[in-house]
Design a protein. Structure first.
Lengths: 218, 126
């Protein structure tokens, strides 16, 4: 009668090999757990956290801050003669980088800051690829509704824009001495007077990183 | 014997505490300097109102060090009640101050309703 394999004592070297492998795996896991960074809350006004080779919110804020300042300082961006603010529509902002960027991140910062200046407001009813808020147009269709008071439906009261905001975000990547990588992100914005097609403001803001090529994201 | 050991300790302690004494307050309380920028010579802020009524501030900084200095500065803009105005212009900004050179730091108020400011100069230690 052959012995049951379960009852057969395991040779010492096999058992110890398994033990070593298990122990090694546990050590690796614990090392990973120790290296993991704890989640932290960051105050965006005092954000000193590490940066990478890509763009983060701080870069968009820096670019927007610098360009809005340029717009307001240019002297050409004045309110209308009656004192009411100019109306700006958002045109095409092209992301020509290897990063996945929602250009609204930049546009919204600029719109809000210009609005705070009192000289420019942004229309959400007119846009290059349709309005950012289609409800202004759709509400006007309620004049045919059987349940809405027609006197409360707005007519042709949407203000046409005076200004158009367009631009690009460009990336230029180069190897530099020492094996590091330099990445230039160039923010270009144009603010065009729609009535005559002339750019009232043309801004160029460059944000540069030099670092290990290993952290470049593309 | 005990006092002989204590005296040098007390002397060292006294010296250390003297080193930690904060610098005397600046004449202009709107400019806040952290200890990290103690090696810089910072001028008094020059404040003007632009043609549109917005305040503009210039501060000259001389970096007498033998190295470029990474400066982080932040300007809070305050309304007539002393409350900070929420604006991109109060986000931290960064400048590399070239060695042995004067650099002018400037900041513009976001709107005419900004009546005062508070500028903090610190080293960029990221």
């Amino acid at each position: 009668m052959s012995p049951n394999p379960k009852d057969t004592p395991m040779p010492f070297n096999t058992r110890s090999r398994r033990g070593f492998m298990l122990g090694g795996a546990m050590l690796l896991l614990s090392a990973c757990a120790q290296g993991e960074m704890a989640t932290q809350r960051i105050d965006s006004r005092n954000d000193r956290s590490a940066i990478g080779m890509g763009l983060d919110n701080r870069d968009f804020e820096e670019a927007a801050r610098s360009m809005v300042r340029g717009m307001l300082e240019s002297g050409r961006l004045q309110a209308r003669p009656d004192g009411s603010p100019r109306v700006m529509a958002i045109s095409r902002i092209t992301n020509d980088t290897t990063l996945r960027i929602n250009t609204n991140q930049l546009v919204q910062l600029i719109s809000v800051e210009l609005s705070n200046s009192g000289r420019v407001v942004t229309t959400t009813a007119v846009g290059l690829e349709g309005p950012s808020d289609p409800l202004s147009e759709r509400v006007r269709g309620l004049s045919r509704s059987g349940i809405v008071d027609r006197n409360t439906v707005p007519g042709r009261t949407v203000v046409a824009p005076d200004l158009s905001l367009s631009g690009n975000i460009i990336q230029s990547t180069n190897r530099v001495d020492g094996g590091a990588t330099r990445v230039d992100y160039i923010f270009q914005l144009n603010l065009t007077n729609i009535r005559n097609g002339i750019a009232l403001y043309q801004g160029n803001e460059t944000i540069t990183r030099v670092g290990s090529g290993r952290t470049v994201s593309w | 014997m005990m006092s002989k050991r204590l005296l040098p300790l007390l002397a060292v302690g006294g010296l250390l505490s003297a080193c930690e004494t904060p610098p005397p307050p600046r004449a202009d309380p709107r400019l806040i300097l952290t200890p990290a920028v103690a090696s810089l010579s910072v001028g008094e802020p020059v404040v003007n109102a632009g043609p549109d009524g917005r305040l503009r501030v210039n501060v000259d900084i001389f970096n007498g060090n033998g190295f470029d200095f990474p400066l982080r500065y932040q300007t809070d803009w305050l309304d007539e009640t002393g409350r900070p105005i929420t604006t991109l212009q109060s986000r931290p900004a960064f400048r590399s101050l070239a060695r042995a050179t004067i650099t002018t730091i400037d900041a513009d108020a976001p709107a005419p309703r900004a009546r005062n400011f508070r500028m903090t100069l610190d080293a960029d230690t990221r």
